[in-house]
Design a binder for this molecule. Structure first.
Ligand SMILES: CC(C)(COP(=O)(O)OP(=O)(O)OC[C@H]1O[C@@H](n2cnc3c(N)ncnc32)[C@H](O)[C@@H]1OP(=O)(O)O)[C@@H](O)C(=O)NCCC(=O)NCCS
Length: 149
């Protein structure tokens, strides 16, 4: 996934050029190739306008869907078959803090906050805020462990 990270960062940078500085001549072909490569070939649906912090890790990635209004902090890891988005059409989306790890097969939906340094266990369905420094698991996800901060 290192290659994917590099490719993603190049495309993300170009998306910033496109959206923030309106460099359409550079941005448009890059956005089109981003869609073809990331969405259709790799099967990862992360719009290039999603706000994502530094050191974003995608492990495996297949079946990963993230809404464009989701906000993701620094050092966040996501895995395959995970959805992060709204609970209803046009509803609010999660805001994910820093150093958050999200296991495979998770669903995080609605206008919720996931606190820094927390872990979402594999297979969790998260529909309420997650505090900092905890592990949540299950459907609906509940706190199963608290770390000393
Ligand atoms: C959450 C996780 C990181 C373990 O964290 P941990 O801090 O070591 O937690 P523990 O193993 O001590 O488990 C704490 C409690 O949560 C439960 N738990 C852990 N993972 C769980 C899961 N995915 N679903 C439900 N409960 C889970 C444990 O059974 C334990 O419950 P208990 O206290 O009643 O015995 C790990 O289980 C996990 O889900 N990792 C995701 C990694 C992943 O997706 N891997 C895929 C590789 S491709």
């Amino acid at each position: 996934m290192e290659i994917l990270k590099e490719v993603y960062s190049i495309f993300a940078l170009n998306a910033v050029l496109f959206t923030k500085f309106n460099l359409k001549l550079i941005g448009l072909p890059v956005r089109i190739s981003y869609r073809i490569f990331i969405q259709y070939i790799l099967g990862i649906d992360i719009p290039d306008t999603t706000v994502i912090g530094k050191n974003f890790n995608v492990f495996h990635g297949q079946g990963l869907v993230i809404n464009n209004t989701v906000v993701i902090g620094d050092n966040v890891t996501v895995r395959h078959n995970t959805t992060i988005g709204n609970a209803r059409p046009n509803g609010g989306c999660p805001v994910i803090g820093n150093n958050v790890e999200i296991g495979a097969n998770c669903v995080l939906i609605g206008e919720i906050k996931v606190g820094n340094n927390s872990i979402i266990a594999a297979g969790s369905v998260v529909i309420k805020d997650v505090p900092e420094n905890v592990v949540v698991a299950g459907n609906p996800a509940k706190i199963v462990k608290t770390f000393n901060s």
